[in-house]
Write a protein that binds this ligand. Structure first.
Ligand code: FAD
Length: 402
């Protein structure tokens, strides 16, 4: 009997793990199980081009359909894994089947958090292709759109709605946008970006109810709304793991190879809280590059090619025609060194800890600077702040010096 490796979750992480597992030489059966009806597709366009472009763009499939067949990867869509027995190495499915696996990967990601207020069910959510297709036709010129939550999804949706000619209001309960995903100074820059384009941004403004045609704020203010979209975070799909007795904290707990505490069971991507060997802490990330590379690393580890996964965190966001990239751990920042003019169309900011080490960087249309920053963060470099601030000093020279 050939060995069976089952991957639960046919998202970005699961798809990449399957392909990488085969590429690393695993010659048994690979079964990729997905609750959604679609082959693995890209989520980033859902809050961007899928809402703004005409005609509606085709989904961004990760792989052409024939790729999985070519690699002899079985893909079973519209199927939910319902019960995991780690000791017995079995997995029950929604179609009644029970699989006996040799190794299992949980790449179950997350789902959009519902707005926990009366009438919250009327707010549209954005995680899946269907969600984007529900929102898209509502973004008509002049529509009053209220986005609840000013994280990446809320702000990108606000930007897309604005691009469609909607009148956009963003309500955020916290005192600033982007939570811990950006340093406070760069978050303020994002706030100015939105308000300068005409988005009405209300910070410190919690929502207490959604009523027909309006949103009621906790302080009693009333915001008229034709469309309400909630971008209030992601709920991790950890139920299967938790019920099976796996350790779950902020996500499914795994080591630097994606292994849970139970032999032959792995987790990766948005759902996994993994040990980062060079940053010396447990992290859980919700980002495209992480889903890709963690999936690949853990897929390879399951095939017997175990390499520590230690990518520096990185994500990008597109808002109002600007591409912002963030590398590292922004919430560790003690000081920001601005490189260039933050009123210009392109500049970067390097964020240092108390020892002067680069711990994070933000690039506004400045991909090259962020690439250099990734190396500085990885190596724990502490470049001369004056040189870092001077655009005339090449970052490559600082890297060599470091
Ligand atoms: C709208 C949007 C925009 C984004 N934009 C950006 C961006 O600009 N930049 C960036 O860096 N990142 C972005 N991201 C983040 C990035 O897309 C995610 O980090 C990535 O999709 C995570 O992949 P994943 O496979 O780990 O999880 P998911 O994409 O959540 O996939 C998990 C899959 O598992 C399935 N599943 C769950 N439980 C079961 C079960 N029991 N049985 C079977 N199947 C199951 C789910 O249905 C889902 O299809 C964005 C995300 C969203 C939603």
């Amino acid at each position: 009997m050939p060995k069976l490796h089952v991957i639960v979750g046919a998202g970005q992480t699961g798809a990449n793990a399957a392909v990488a597992m085969r590429g690393a030489g695993f010659d048994g059966r690979i079964l990729l199980l997905g609750e959604e009806a679609h082959a693995p597709y890209e989520r980033p366009p859902l809050s961007k081009s899928a809402l703004t472009d005409d005609p509606e763009p085709a989904p961004g499939w990760f792989y052409p359909t024939e790729k999985f067949a070519t690699l002899d990867i079985e893909v079973r869509l519209g199927t939910v894994a319902t019960e995991l027995d780690p000791g017995g190495h079995t997995l029950a499915l929604s179609d009644g089947a029970v699989l006996a696996f040799d190794r299992l990967l949980l790449a179950t990601g997350g789902r959009a958090r519902k707005l926990p207020v009366p009438g919250g069910e009327h707010a549209l959510l954005l995680r899946t292709l269907e969600d984007a297709r529900r929102i898209r036709p509502k973004l008509v010129p002049g529509a009053r759109v209220v986005c609840v939550g000013a994280g990446v999804i809320g702000l990108e949706t606000a930007s897309s709605a604005h691009q469609r000619g909607c009148r956009v209001t963003v309500l955020e309960a916290a005192p600033g946008v982007m939570g811990r995903a950006m340093t406070p100074d760069m978050a303020r820059w994002m706030e100015r970006l939105h308000t300068s384009r005409g988005v009405a941004l209300h910070l410190g403004c919690g929502v207490s109810a959604i009523e027909p045609g309006r949103v009621i704020a906790a302080d009693g203010r009333v915001f008229p709304a034709d469309v309400v979209i909630a971008g209030v975070g992601m709920v991790r799909n950890t139920e299967l793991a938790r019920a099976a007795g796996l350790e779950v904290e902020n996500g499914i707990v795994v080591d630097e190879f994606g292994r849970t505490g139970v032999s032959d069971i792995y987790a990766a991507g948005d759902v996994a809280a993994f040990w980062h060997p060079s940053l010396h802490r447990r992290l859980r990330l919700e980002a495209w590059k992480h889903a890709q590379n963690h999936g690949i690393a853990v897929g390879r580890a399951m095939a017997g090619v175990a390499e520590q996964y230690d990518d520096v965190p990185w994500y990008w966001t597109d808002q109002h025609g600007v591409t912002v990239q963030v590398a590292g751990l922004p919430h560790e920042s003690a000081a920001t060194i601005l490189r260039g003019d933050d009123a210009a169309t392109s500049f970067s900011a390097f964020h240092l800890d108390l020892n002067g080490r680069v711990v994070a960087a933000t690039g506004v249309n400045a991909a090259r600077d962020v690439r250099a920053a990734l190396t500085m963060i990885q190596k724990g470099m502490a470049p001369d702040p004056a040189k870092l601030a001077d655009p005339a000093t090449k970052l490559q020279d600082l890297l060599k010096a470091g």
